[in-house]
Design a protein around this ligand. Sequence first.
Ligand SMILES: [Zn+2]
Length: 120
Amino acid sequence: MYESGEDYLEAILRLQLENGFVRSVDVANKLAVSRPSVSRAMGLLEKDGYIEFTLGNTIKLTEKGQLKAEDVYGRHKLLTVFLQKITGLSEEQCEENACRVEHQIDVDVVNGIKKWVEEN
Ligand SMILES: [Zn+2]
């Protein structure tokens, strides 16, 4: 999956947790991107079976999308905690950096970090 697709899935999951429903405009605001960019990305995610649109035109994660989004968001939270622990920097800065790293990092590295965080 392309990197920004993961960003969108993560944003949809977080909006769903915060608001209970997700509209395109909320996704655009959350990621600070244009509505046409959101439309394009949603088209691709829908085609790949990660999301679907409800009758009220809100965005819903499919089971496949939910699993993928939870995986990305799990990495996001883990890396944020890890970076805070080792750097002592603000949550905001660590979260921002985590969000950049989370797409590129290997699974075994994530697992190693998880183990470290549990022990420290
Ligand atoms: Zn993230």
